[in-house]
Design a protein around this ligand. Structure first.
Ligand SMILES: *Cc1c(COP(=O)(O)O)cnc(C)c1O
Length: 377
């Protein structure tokens, strides 16, 4: 038998979430962000399912290559741009659009003699202070790139928002104002909005939006839940009980014996651990669904196994279905228990966990590894 830990990927939920982007940012073109293997969901399956996206955004040349290998012909934007002549040649060969955020990239394009010109998005730093040209550098860079034979017209202008996930934060309004005045001067098509920008900052929609996490049904907001914004979780990370032990009052569980049974009680052992991407620092009390009912994680997370308090599920037996997050248990909630964000949890699901793509994932269905379809990896 294959390992029971699976990540079920609900393509209907993905399309539903994409439709939410369309409704929130009506009239905008949508670059679906599929970097880091579509935040752990499987970039090939996600990009193939999003027939309606106007383009895709990736972080690495290799990620763009994977989309092209699937026959995806729409624009693919390389968010970090290129950092060597080899990468520039590879990206051009793959017809990836480049982000130019640094003078060295402008100079590399001027030196290159590309057979076909590449699309370019000029990235300006309006307050994130990570990647981007200083605003005063934009007019000169713009002129150089417009004159560059290796660059295709039209140039586009983009920026990234630092605090869009804090609804109403004044620094986001400042970033938008600064950006829009530059864009107006350049007369360019614009892109500013990540998921939080799409959901909370209509003034940031511009011409092209760049949602990532909301496509996967997870809230970008601090303390938020995707469901509150009409989103549905795409990934359900599931496994099974492989043992149920009747332990005695005083028995200490797992490495370090960090949790001691307060009474005689059933303890379940689930076939999932940090080797599958379940966070090792998840504390006792982190919720887990067993047979659709919440129980608490107890003891330390080990590489292949975790232990759960089965007192709320005394009849649970080996083979019973377990959900770590997804349908019925928001990844955002687990992230709060472990001091992380939903983004990190889904992105870190390990390659050894099979992604099982489904048209619909029902809660009962999601827990049934035997009924798998479209399994990969
Ligand atoms: C990752 C990323 C996005 C998507 O962000 P979400 O918060 O996942 O929507 C958009 N733009 C850039 C430049 C990014 O790096």
């Amino acid at each position: 038998m294959t390992r029971p830990a699976r990540a079920f990927i609900d393509l209907a939920a993905l399309r539903h979430n994409f439709q939410q982007v369309r409704e929130r940012a009506s009239g905008c073109r949508v670059l679906a962000v599929v970097k880091a293997d579509a935040y752990g969901h499987g970039a090939g399956a996600v990009a193939t399912a999003l027939e309606d996206a106007d383009g895709f955004a990736v972080a690495r040349v290799q990620e763009g290559r994977e989309l092209r290998a699937l026959g995806i012909d729409r624009p693919v934007v390389l968010l970090s741009g290129v950092s060597s002549e080899q990468e520039l040649a590879d990206a051009a060969e793959l017809r990836l659009d480049l982000v130019v955020h640094h003078d060295s990239q402008t100079a590399a394009l001027e030196r290159a003699a590309l057979r076909e010109p590449v699309g370019v998005w000029v990235k300006v730093d309006t307050g994130m202070h990570r990647l981007g040209l200083a605003p005063e550098r934009v007019p000169d860079t713009w002129r150089r790139l417009e004159a560059c034979p290796s660059v295709a017209a039209p140039l586009r202008l983009m920026t990234h928002l630092a605090r869009a996930d804090e609804r109403g934060d004044p620094s986001t309004a400042d970033q938008i104002t600064r950006f829009m005045s530059l864009a107006q001067a350049a007369g360019a098509e614009t892109s500013l909005a990540n998921s939080a920008g799409v959901l909370a900052w209509p003034a940031a929609h511009g011409h092209w939006v760049r949602p990532g996490i909301m496509l996967y049904g997870i809230s970008p907001f601090v303390g938020g839940r995707g469901e509150a914004d009409g989103l549905r979780p795409v990934m359900t990370f599931a496994s099974r009980l492989i043992a149920v032990n009747r332990l005695s009052k005083g028995d200490a569980i797992g490495y370090g014996g960090t949790w001691t049974c307060p009474e005689d009680m059933p303890v379940g052992v689930v076939a999932v651990g940090y080797g599958d991407g379940y966070p090792r620092h998840a504390p006792a009390g982190t919720p887990v669904l067993v047979n659709g009912t919440r129980v608490a994680l107890i003891g330390r997370v080990s590489m292949d196994l975790v232990t759960v308090d089965l007192r709320p599920q005394p009849a649970a037996a080996p083979g019973d279905p377990v959900v770590l997050w997804g349908r019925g248990l928001p990844a955002e909630e687990i992230a709060e228990h472990v001091g992380s964000i939903g983004y990190e949890l889904v992105t870190r699901v390990a390659p050894r966990v099979a992604r099982v793509t489904r048209e619909f994932v029902e809660t009962g269905d999601a827990q049934s590894p035997s009924a798998s379809a479209g399994e990969s990896r």
